[in-house]
Design a protein around this ligand. Structure first.
Ligand code: ATP
Ligand code: MG
Length: 332
């Protein structure tokens, strides 16, 4: 009995559903390809588009020319061996600057099938399965091409090979590279590996060589920060006192994700302040109601002639100054 059969059946159902949705029909898949196909992303369901990325127009234009154009305009030069998307694209740079967003927007804009590959998908605990799954990534991509195989945080998966690597891991990396090279055998194959990392120095040099198109997505400069702030705050109710240029100047070293957090914090503070003020107002109101109730009850007490002799004068004076005279009279 296969202990993973439930998992495999689920993956198969998910894969079939996804394949149907993205319009891949009549393609026979092996069990391993089915497993990988469950990581397919329907480009239509990707929410990120170029419009959601601010300040990175240069990178976007270049991606459009080098990556998307060859996918979309293949029919213009169908026999050309050179008019092809690069076999590998690497997005690198510090965390939170938009690499994953760019990859998603590229998939959406290109209309390609998009396999979102995680290292954990391939590292099956059963010996030999990892190699079969790795082979399935490429065979599936070729069957459903044009296709982008996206590996986020690629350094965790294809890091520098070392003698300490487990044998299965080392074999998987070597196999991955040779399958990648295999994409070149047919000039018409439209499959591309796209990776994103914030630690390019940890990547195996052999992997870097296979990614000729590299894009540095660095920390935004003042102008870019202003663009990002503008995009993040679009549609928010902003005070006229807010000067985005000034905030952009003061946020040197912030990434796009830091700026988003900054704006989120500001929105939270605004709501928090409002809630606190409202709370304080309620407490003040309750206190006032309570004091009025207290005063009324003392008033009744006094008017009924039940004032205890030991009652400190100040309490009466504070509670209701108008009753003091009656109180004093009642003791005479
Ligand atoms: N240029 C940008 N325009 C608009 N929003 C941005 C930009 N850069 C970053 N952000 C915001 O930061 C978040 C994180 O971006 P993203 O996940 O693409 O970063 P990353 O570069 O992949 O980071 P990591 O290396 O940590 O994976 C986004 O969801 C978005 O809200
Ligand atoms: Mg990322």
């Amino acid at each position: 009995m296969d202990p993973t059969s439930k998992q495999k059946n689920q993956a198969k159902r998910r894969a079939e559903e996804l394949m149907r949705r993205i319009g891949v029909e009549g393609v026979k898949l092996t069990e391993y390809e089915m497993n990988i196909a469950s990581h397919l992303v329907d480009p239509q369901t990707i929410k990120v588009s170029w419009r959601d990325i601010a300040g990175l127009d240069e990178i976007i234009n270049e991606l459009q020319d080098t990556v998307i154009l060859p996918f979309q305009k293949r029919h213009l030069l169908p026999d050309s061996k050179l008019f092809q998307p690069p076999k590998g694209v690497l997005l690198f740079g510090p965390p939170g600057c938009g690499k994953t967003m760019i990859a998603k927007a590229t998939a959406k804009a290109s209309g390609c099938k998009f396999i979102n590959l995680q290292a954990s998908t391939l590292t099956d605990m059963w010996y030999g399965e990892s190699q079969k799954l790795t082979a399935a990534v490429f065979s599936l991509a070729v069957k459903i091409q044009p296709c982008i195989i996206f590996i986020d945080e690629i350094e965790s998966f294809l890091r520098n090979r070392s003698s300490l690597d487990h044998e299965a891991t080392a074999m998987m990396k070597a196999q991955f590279m040779s399958l990648w090279d295999g994409l070149d055998t047919s000039p018409t194959t439209q499959v591309m590996v796209m990776g994103a990392t914030n630690r390019p120095q940890d990547l195996d040099p052999a992997i870097l060589r296979r990614m000729p198109a590299t894009f540095h997505v660095g920390l935004p400069n003042t102008r870019q920060r202003q663009d990002i702030l503008q995009l993040i705050l679009a549609g928010e109710n902003l005070s006229n006192a807010i000067n985005l240029e000034e905030i952009a100047e003061k946020t040197e070293g912030y990434s796009g994700s830091d700026l988003r957090e900054l704006c989120r914090d500001a929105a939270m503070y605004r709501v928090r302040d409002y809630v606190r003020k409202e709370h304080m107002r309620q407490i003040a109101q309750q206190l006032q109601d309570y004091q009025e109730e207290e005063r009324d009850s003392w008033l009744h007490f006094i008017l009924d002639g039940n004032v205890p002799v030991t009652l400190p004068m100040t309490v009466l004076v504070c509670t209701n100054p108008f009753t003091t005279e009656r109180f004093e009279n009642s003791h005479q």
